[in-house]
Design a protein around this ligand. Structure first.
Ligand SMILES: [Zn+2]
Ligand SMILES: [Zn+2]
Length: 345
């Protein structure tokens, strides 16, 4: 590594943009031999640094949104039960009878496989979730966000379900692509990204991808309804009775007449309520609001995000109150009414 200013050997990386995901076409990351050289180069580096910082925040927030989504799906795995999972190189087949039961972590061999089942047919829910996070946490850095509905191509994996009704079988068929939904965001730096937290059902686990790459690799064609601005937030992150009602209404509308799926709005709102509680705590104790989270240094942001995820997982046991709740795939057993311990596998 040579110093960006004096070209001598350098070991100090700029702390502002260190850790940004490196993308095709990026200039090599800057290093300095001392603080003086860094200062001398700041005018030149400033724009790049700000652009990379925005990128770091986008990746962290979306990664958190995805992790929380997985947590939410697993802890609320009450509307579909999997009996069997069979996986070949590009296909995962599952059989789901109608009973409610715990997510069967023991049937899947990797975290990736598990995630593909957790988000199977969950792209609308995932999209709503993402809008909420992007609107709530990235307001300062995302300038536009649009809804994208498209037909997939190059699926690395097809997650399929065998005991569901005809309409589902029609959606998940062997030939042609599958209809999928996600969010496209433009940052104030001009960089454009695809934000897709439910891509694991097609074998794509990364939640953020540069838009051009995503478009080339994954989109067969976009539907005409694509390209609309993302709806102004459902405001789940600032849950109050009104927005909760709105959410319940929306989820019920999505779920149609299926009684089992009526459980979704309750638990979906539960996650957000738990998050909201934690964030309100931050606001009170540390004067940290959700809106300002993205301004935190990367390390602090990461600590906060992990804290939030832990809190949501923990809170869920109070909300769901089923003896078979799992955390990170580990089954929990009740010790007494209000405490949980990790059970033996
Ligand atoms: Zn130098
Ligand atoms: Zn920098």
């Amino acid at each position: 590594m040579e110093c960006a200013t004096c070209k001598k050997p350098a070991t100090l990386a700029c702390s502002g943009c260190k850790g940004a995901t490196v993308l095709e076409g990026d200039a090599p990351s800057v290093h300095y031999c001392n603080a003086g050289c860094q200062k001398a180069n700041w005018t030149q580096h400033k724009a790049t640094c700000r652009r990379l910082q925005d990128r770091i925040v986008l990746y962290s927030v979306v990664e958190m949104a995805q992790r929380l989504f997985y947590v939410n799906r697993e802890l609320t795995w009450i509307y579909l039960d999997i009996e069997k999972v069979e996986k070949t190189s590009d296909r995962m087949e599952t059989t789901w009878p109608a009973d409610y039961r715990v997510f069967p972590s023991q049937l899947v061999s990797s975290k990736e496989d598990k995630n593909s089942i957790l988000v199977f047919l969950a792209c609308i829910e995932g999209y709503m979730w993402t809008v909420e996070f992007v609107e709530g946490m990235l307001k300062g850095i995302v300038t536009t966000s649009t809804h994208v509905v498209y037909k997939t191509k190059n699926d690395k994996l097809r997650t399929r379900c065998y005991s569901m009704t005809t309409p589902i079988e029609e959606i998940v068929r062997d030939t042609g692509g599958i209809t999928h939904e996600m969010l496209k965001v433009t940052l104030r730096s001009g960089e454009v990204f695809a934000v897709d937290i439910t891509g694991a059902q097609y074998g794509y686990n990364e939640p953020v991808t540069p838009w051009t790459k995503y478009q080339n690799d994954r989109i067969l064609f976009q539907y005409p309804e694509s390209g609309q601005p993302a709806p102004r937030p459902y405001r789940l992150l600032q849950v109050n009775d009104y927005s909760l009602q709105k959410l319940i209404y929306f989820c019920k509308k999505m779920a149609g007449d299926k009684t089992a799926e009526e459980a979704i709005p309750f638990v979906f709102a539960g996650t957000l309520k738990a998050m909201n509680l934690r964030i309100l705590g931050w606001q009170g104790n540390e004067k940290l609001s959700l809106r300002d989270m993205w301004k935190l240094p990367e390390k602090t942001l990461r600590v906060k995000l992990n804290d939030l995820i832990d809190f949501v997982e923990w809170s869920f046991h109070g909300i769901v109150q089923y003896p078979w709740s799992t955390v990170n795939g580990k089954r929990l057993a009740t010790e007494n009414k209000h405490s949980w311990v990790y059970g033996k596998k």
